[in-house]
Design a binder for this molecule. Structure first.
Ligand SMILES: *[C@@H]1O[C@H](CO)[C@@H](O)[C@H](O)[C@H]1NC(C)=O
Ligand SMILES: *[C@@H]1O[C@H](CO)[C@@H](O)[C@H](O)[C@H]1NC(C)=O
Ligand SMILES: *[C@@H]1O[C@H](CO)[C@@H](O)[C@H](O)[C@H]1NC(C)=O
Ligand SMILES: *[C@@H]1O[C@H](CO)[C@@H](O)[C@H](O)[C@H]1NC(C)=O
Ligand SMILES: *[C@@H]1O[C@H](CO)[C@@H](O)[C@H](O)[C@H]1NC(C)=O
Length: 630
């Protein structure tokens, strides 16, 4: 490991002067002793001071220290510690070096990594529009014409290194790979089957099986949408070669569907995972190769003009041939709290200018009388979305709600939806203006493999119904070949239970419909429990009552993240201090292993102290730290 001489740290400290957030200056040792007993936002800010000092010694020093703590605490297997921090550590260290302790950015960092600061209030920013919303603009009524069928699948997470017969019961987040000799086929008592396992990401055979099922069950589909995440969850191993191969492999298999596929970029579709630096960030760790690969893979479906825009930051806008639908696919990683490039000294209101681009596309579509679908990976009301970016994005959705027929996302691996309201303080059917359709996943790690088929009004492009298809992974015949079957349809299941009933084939599932469904969940617990079971794809269903139910309904009613009732809580790291009564975290597709590992530091400050002394020398402990909050 390469270390800068410690004297240069002293220089940094000597030069540090009076940032207003800096109240007193202590040594590394004092700071660590102080925060041993305090799991607070203030303590976290002090800890950031120490981490910043380590980051100033260079990426190698930072990676060395954090890896050592991860290994000594056994947060992950030793190879996972080294791999994940080796990949993500330089991005986290970059954040820390630039960070002003006590700032909005530092508070968000402490919230995301350590669960110790609440979300700060949204920094107000008013998005500018080229034109005002036309008076009386509203969603068009259903046309009554013969519906189109559109297929939606998501989060395929295909593991090309899946091996039939490899151990499915390993110590890592995805198994079914011969990580060690004992995990190899023929050596393990837990051999993986041909078509997947709930402890493993999808084998290619399962991916192929889904495409075959789509062709058989929906031969008349007009087109497909795929809402991202191709790459497997072995985030400590993925590199550019692997991800490029994964993306090309999946999109070439999707071509066999024989219909256009509109894709998006997922948070896993890069290496390091979640790494999507906005244009303004100066770094050598670029994800341009991801955009190059995707735009090349997408060209056959979206044409070269749209593909050349996709090559900028993964977003494109294209007219569906022969219809009045415009498909607008955008990169939600630019608002994702685990994209650690976003923790800039002053956070950008519009990373890479994507929101301004979106406004331009929507305004042109409105003037042209087109209908628009927005496609993204992470739903913008998710617990994983920055409140700021979500607020700015939702200003755009509200302005163009008469033009945006629907939005489509994945990422959560759950079968759910989110409602946009014109006023979140008055959540009524009349104020519901748009709906985000969130598709469950293919990967069996989080439930039965699924895909959706929508029935779509061919004029308004409103959603009239959708049917979820699934393959029951617990079926005794599953490993002989998955049987894909209908799970349920929204209208058949819920339509007749609403007042008034919504059962006509031509009736749209309007934003008001979805609002009314959430009201039904409140009054009819049996219907809510059915929804809750379907949400996790009928697998490993846990009951959801009391606060769980209240918060689940709150999330459905929040396409804007600050209203989603997701509260930040100390993570696993504080288990030992009995502070982690309930952890809301694991709800979502967490990409980052680095964040979890760094977050575990606070589990044992003593181990962190030891690693610092061992890696950086005892002298480091008496260095003075910048920005210690009092
Ligand atoms: C201390 O703060 C100053 C001023 O913000 C900064 O320039 C310097 O890099 C910081 N040093 C360390 C070690 O964090
Ligand atoms: C995995 O292995 C552990 C320890 O050998 C065992 O207790 C457990 O039942 C196994 N799990 C499965 C799903 O087979
Ligand atoms: C990328 O990862 C693959 C699979 O883990 C590995 O075989 C290959 O050597 C890696 N390539 C580089 C350049 O690190
Ligand atoms: C929603 O419920 C209200 C009554 O609470 C009803 O007037 C309205 O028609 C319903 N909307 C839809 C789309 O079902
Ligand atoms: C899947 O199959 C298992 C075993 O036959 C059965 O118990 C379970 O109810 C099925 N799940 C669904 C959602 O149909």
């Amino acid at each position: 490991m390469k270390l800068l001489p410690l004297v240069s740290v002293g220089l940094f400290f000597a030069q540090s002067t009076s940032a207003s957030s800096i109240q007193k200056r202590d040594t590394v040792s004092d700071v660590l002793n102080d925060i041993k007993n305090a799991a607070t936002c203030t303590a976290c800010q002090s800890l950031l001071g120490v981490l910043q000092a380590v980051a100033h010694l260079g990426n190698d020093a930072f990676v060395g220290v954090i890896t050592a703590v991860c290994q000594s605490l056994g947060v992950e297997d030793a190879d996972v510690c080294a791999g994940a921090i080796g990949l993500e550590g330089p991005i986290l260290a970059h954040d820390l070096r630039e960070m002003t302790i006590g700032s909005h950015t530092a508070q968000l960092f402490c919230g995301t990594i350590f669960g110790l600061c609440d979300y700060p209030a949204v920094t107000p920013y008013t998005v500018t529009f080229p034109s005002a919303k036309p008076a009386g603009a509203s969603r068009p009524a259903s046309s009554g014409k013969t519906p189109l069928k559109v297929v939606h699948y998501s989060d395929i997470h295909v593991d090309l290194s899946y091996q039939v017969g490899a151990n499915y019961n390993c110590t890592k987040n995805i198994c079914c790979r011969p990580y060690s000799a004992a995990d190899a086929p023929g050596k393990t008592q837990f051999p993986a089957g041909q078509y997947g396992n709930t402890q493993c990401d999808s084998p290619r055979s399962l991916e192929q099986s889904m495409y075959n099922a789509i062709k058989t069950l929906v031969p008349d589909a007009a087109f497909s949408i795929f809402t991202g995440d191709i790459v497997e969850g072995a985030v400590w191993l993925v590199n550019q070669t692997e991800v490029t191969n994964d993306l090309n492999n999946a999109y070439s298999l999707m071509s066999t569907l024989g219909m256009p596929v509109y894709g998006v970029v997922g948070n896993h579709d890069a290496a390091p995972v979640n790494s999507f630096p906005p244009a303004a960030v100066d770094t050598t760790i670029s994800s341009q190769w991801v955009y190059d690969t995707l735009s090349a893979d997408w060209t056959k479906w979206i044409g070269s003009a749209a593909a050349s825009n996709a090559d900028k930051y993964g977003a494109y806008s294209v007219k569906n041939p022969n219809t009045n639908l415009r498909v607008v696919s955008f990169n939600t990683n630019l608002y994702y709290k685990q994209n650690f490039w976003l923790y800039e000294t002053t956070m950008e209101t519009d990373p890479s200018g994507q929101l301004a681009w979106l406004v331009g596309e929507l305004d042109a579509a409105e003037k042209a009388g087109e209908r628009v679908w927005l496609l993204g990976h992470m739903p913008m009301g998710a617990g994983d979305a920055f409140h700021d970016g979500s607020n700015y994005f939702n200003q755009i959705v509200k302005r163009y709600s008469a033009t945006i027929a629907a939005q489509f996302y994945g990422h959560t691996h759950k079968d759910e939806f989110q409602i946009t309201y014109s006023d979140y303080t008055k959540q009524t059917a009349a104020n519901a203006v748009d709906v985000s359709y969130i598709a469950p996943a293919l990967t069996p790690t989080s439930g039965n493999p699924t895909f959706r088929v929508y029935s779509i009004d061919p004029v308004t492009f409103g959603v009239l119904d959708y049917t979820v298809y699934f393959a029951n992974i617990s079926s005794p015949t599953y490993q002989n070949g998955p049987t894909w079957q209908k799970y349920y349809s929204v209208k058949e299941t819920y339509g007749a239970q609403l007042t008034p009933p919504v059962t006509a084939a031509s009736a749209e599932l309007t934003p008001a419909f979805w609002h009314n469904l959430t009201a039904l969940f409140q009054t009819n617990d049996a219907v809510f429990q059915q929804f809750n079971a379907r949400k996790s794809r009928g697998h490993d269903v846990s009951s959801c009552t009391g606060d769980c139910k209240t918060s689940s309904i709150c999330q459905l009613r929040a396409a804007e993240a600050q209203y989603n009732c997701v509260t930040i809580k100390p993570g696993v790291n504080f288990k030992k201090r009995d502070l982690a009564a309930d952890i809301t975290h694991s709800d979502e597709c967490d990409g980052s292993a680095g964040a979890k590992i760094l977050g575990a530091l606070t589990e044992n400050i003593g181990a962190f102290q030891e690693a610092l002394e061992k890696q950086l020398g005892a002298g480091f402990m008496s260095e003075t730290v910048n920005g210690t909050a009092s």
